[in-house]
Every structure is written in structure tokens, then in C-alpha cells.
Design a binder for this molecule. Structure first.
Ligand code: C2O
Ligand code: CU
Length: 473
């Protein structure tokens, strides 16, 4: 029996299995440092995992156990969240919800089994709007038991930075209400794997697996790929049941990933395609030599992960989370949820619980400009409480003037209906972009017990109100 079939039939996927050997923990130290982000800049003062920007690529085999000893040498409490991994809840790394924040000078041992193969990533989940803008994030790659045939596996971590003319991170704009109420903190210095416009030599007819991860605080990445031919094989780590052609333009929201398997045909580029502007090459792939005379055959579908895919729509628990607020969103009112972690996430203001809805002005005084389901920020009690195995349907009308990248922890979900009507066979995702005035109805099987966040991955939106949580018991 193949291992993935074995896994698919196992109920407690997230629990370490006794047959697994105990690997030594890998050390992941977060600390201030200096990085060269390309261009002519002198070193930029950053916060980094393992001394590098981005953090080290962590690779692990599907079904294996990952042990990471996180050492916090930052001047702030932090924690590590394993984005997209359907994990044991106590290892999800959300400060104030699934664990206490790890204080400066302290350690925390993460120890979990990775059920799904694919492209994932890790980042802080405490003041992430600041800690990620300072450089903390890295890729977590879970390899298939039988990986597809490629010549090279290229992880491309796309990020953007807001740098001053001195090449240093613009700190004065941390906590800017202007950013928080608009499109979030957007950068002026894009990097891929920590470098401005890197050059990566390739061979003609070389088969590449590109794993593109958008780790920006808030920037949507409209991307294009030239000089390569291939297929999209996965979104957000989860294999597609039917491969997709690579569109001329595809958008990755913050937190989203795409896996592409493609053959080099000619000089290639990964371009940033903003509006009608000239394509801006993020990465160039000059051709140097030939991998083979004729390209390999068709790209194959990746083996599916052991996701619970059978939605029980008749008995589903349904919730609505209207997204409201922000600049040009009109005058909203909202209650303040008052979960203790809210104060941890923000900028030190005291956060009161309000039984009555507050006016926009009162909300802004408390550091909020957005609401979800009538609440600004995390509710004290779970917004939705479901039993393990139940299907959950969440309708999210985006009644704001901004796109939002809604992310759910511990589960993958699929879009079942949008503003145009029912959608069938949408890919499984952990983060979905919802355009202004659009509605997304999503569904998933809540098979992972614990307390899980649901929030906008535009981190300034999250801190300014767009985040809540649900409980699977
Ligand atoms: Cu990538 Cu709640 O996070
Ligand atoms: Cu948002």
C-alpha cells in the first residue's frame, strides 16, 4: 500500500505516529541582522530567520515529522505560523490563540506531522504587519513521496519592501492609518528570494518546478511567465485535479502560492504586470546550454493529498462574514470583539469590549477601520463553533472598496459560489482573493479540532479589524 493511501485512511493525521523516528530539532532563530536586498543599497537592517532573507527553505517529506526549535532573539515577542499546513492546533503558532507569544530570549519547540505535500510557508503570527515587513518569512516545502519528474525545483519567494532613500526600512510608517485603511503597506522595492531582479541561468528544455509564494504584507502580484511552456499543477499547496494552462496574467494575493511545472523554451522571465504598464521582469532566466534535445513529455497531475473533500451541504453549518469598512467604504459601525489577543496584535492601545456598536470615529480611536461579521477584531468567543467533521459554509460579501485575501487556518476550502452563481470544482485553497463588491461562498469539512483564525492576509487589514476565529470541537 502506498503511503498516501495509508495516510488517507488515518483519522488522526496531525498526531505524531509512534512508528516515526524522532528527528533532531532544526534550529530556527529569529534575530535582527543586515541583508543586502540588491541594487546599490548598502546593507538594510532587517529581522531575519536563520540570518537570511528570506529564511531558510525548510524541506520535509510528506507524512514526516518536522521539529523546529524556534529561538526568539528579536526585541519583540513572536511565534511561528506554518501557513497552509493542516496541523495539530497547538502547533499553529498564533500568539494569543494557540500559544503564548514567545518572549525575547525564549524558545518554543514546534513538533508536528505534515499531512499534505506542496508549497507552504512560515511567518510570525504576532504583530505580523511589522515583523513580516521587517523580513521574517520563509518557504516550507513538503515533498511528495513520488515527486514529479523535474530537473530543478525552484522556490521563488516574492516580497516587497518599503525602503527609504538610504535603503533602510521605513519605520515611521509602521502603524500608519493611511496604510491600514487603504490597500495596506505596499513596498517600493520588490525582491525575489531576497534580491532585486535576480538572474537565474537555465538550460533550454530544462524542466522546472516553480513554487511562487507571495509573502508581501499586502501587495497583489499580477504575474506573467514568458519563455516557458507548462501547466499550473497546484494552488496553495493543493494539487489541481485537472491541470490548468498558465494564463498570460495570473494574480497571487498575499499568502497565496502557485506551483508551475514548465519547460524552458527560450530566454525566460517572470514578469510583474501592473495595469497597462510595460511588463517589469522580476526574475530573468537567461539560457545557458541545453538540458536535452527535445522537451520532456506532458506534465502529469500531482498525487492528491489526504484532504476531506466530501462536503455535506444539507447539514452544513452556515455563517456569514460581511467585510466592511476601510477608505471609501462609508461610515460603518461595529462592535469590538474584545479577544485578549487583539491588543497583542495592535499598537498598544487598550482595546475595550463594546456591547453596543461603535461609530467609525470611535473605532478609529481604537485603531480599527474594518469589520467582519459586525465585529472589529477577534471576538471573545468563537465566531462559529462546529463539531469535528461538520461541513462549514461561509459567505463573505466584500462590501468594501478594496480586495481582500481571506485566509483560513488549519483547513483548505473551496469556492462553491461567487457573485455570478454556483462554481463547481474550484481548486482547494487556504487563501482566496475577493474583489470589491464581490461575494465568495466557500465550504470545507471542519475535520481539524482546535481554535483557528480566519482573517485577511493583508496584514494591515487584519490588525485593523479584519480577523476572527472559529472552533472545531
Ligand atoms: Cu499566513 Cu494567519 O496567516
Ligand atoms: Cu483585506
Amino acid at each position: 500500500m502506498k503511503r498516501r493511501h495509508f495516510l488517507a485512511g488515518t483519522a488522526a493525521l496531525a498526531l505524531p505516529m509512534p512508528t516515526l523516528a524522532t528527528p533532531a530539532p532544526r534550529i530556527l532563530r529569529a534575530a535582527p541582522g543586515t541583508a543586502s536586498l540588491g541594487g546599490d543599497f548598502p546593507g538594510t537592517a532587517v529581522w531575519a530567520y536563520g540570518g537570511s532573507i528570506p529564511g531558510p527553505v525548510l524541506r520535509v517529506g510528506q507524512g514526516d515529522r518536522l521539529r523546529v526549535r524556534f529561538k526568539n532573539d528579536l526585541p519583540q515577542p513572536s511565534s511561528v505560523h506554518w501557513h497552509g499546513i493542516r496541523i495539530d492546533n497547538t502547533m499553529d503558532g498564533v500568539s494569543g490563540l494557540t500559544q503564548d507569544p514567545v518572549k525575547p530570549g525564549e524558545d518554543f519547540d514546534y513538533d508536528f506531522v505534515v499531512p499534505d505535500a506542496g508549497t507552504y510557508w512560515y511567518h510570525p503570527h504576532n504583530r505580523s504587519w511589522e515583523q513580516m515587513a521587517r523580513g521574517l518569512s520563509g518557504a516550507l516545502i513538503v515533498e511528495e513521496t513520488e515527486p514529479p519528474e523535474v530537473d530543478r525545483d525552484l522556490v521563488l519567494v516574492v516580497d516587497d519592501w518599503r525602503l527609504g532613500e538610504d535603503g533602510q526600512i521605513g519605520e515611521e510608517s509602521f502603524g500608519s492609518m493611511q496604510d491600514w485603511s487603504h490597500g495596506g503597506r505596499r513596498g517600493n522595492w520588490p525582491t525575489v528570494n531576497g534580491t532585486y531582479r535576480p538572474v537565474m541561468a537555465v538550460k533550454r528544455h530544462e524542466r522546472l518546478r516553480l513554487r511562487i509564494i507571495n509573502t508581501c504584507n499586502a501587495t497583489l502580484m499580477p504575474l506573467g511567465l514568458t519563455g516557458m511552456e507548462g501547466k499550473i499543477v497546484a494552488f496553495d499547496g493543493q494539487p489541481l485535479a485537472a491541470l490548468q494552462d498558465i494564463p498570460a496574467r495570473f494574480v497571487l494575493g498575499p499568502g497565496q502560492r502557485v506551483d508551475i511545472i514548465a519547460d524552458v523554451i527560450d530566454e525566460a522571465t517572470l514578469d510583474f504586470l501592473q495595469g497597462d504598464a510595460e511588463p517589469y521582469p522580476f526574475v530573468s532566466f537567461p539560457v545557458d546550454g541545453e538540458a536535452r534535445e527535445i522537451p520532456l513529455g506532458e506534465v502529469q497531475i500531482l498525487p492528491r493529498n489526504p484532504l476531506a473533500e466530501d462536503l455535506s451541504m444539507e447539514t452544513a453549518v452556515r455563517a456569514k462574514l460581511a467585510l466592511l469598512g476601510g477608505a471609501m467604504g462609508g461610515n460603518i459601525t461595529a462592535r469590538i470583539g474584545g479577544h485578549p489577543m487583539t491588543a497583542m496584535m495592535g499598537h498598544g492601545k487598550s482595546r475595550k469590549v463594546s456591547a453596543e456598536p461603535l461609530s467609525m470615529r470611535e473605532l478609529v480611536d481604537e485603531g480599527f477601520v474594518w469589520s467582519m461579521g459586525g465585529f472589529a477584531g477577534m471576538t471573545a468567543d468563537p465566531y462559529v463553533d462546529v463539531k469535528r467533521g461538520e461541513t462549514v459554509v461561509i459567505t463573505m460579501p466584500n462590501e468594501t472598496a478594496w480586495p481582500h485575501a481571506m485566509h483560513i487556518h488549519g483547513h483548505h476550502f473551496r469556492l462553491i459560489e461567487d457573485s455570478k452563481g454556483p462554481v463547481s470544482d474550484a481548486p482547494w485553497r487556504d487563501t482566496i482573493l475577493i474583489e470589491p463588491r464581490e461575494t465568495a461562498k466557500i465550504a470545507f469539512v471542519a475535520d481539524n479540532p482546535g481554535d483557528w483564525m480566519i482573517h485577511c492576509h493583508m496584514l494591515e487589514h487584519q490588525v485593523a479589524g479584519m480577523g476572527t476565529w472559529f472552533r472545531v470541537s
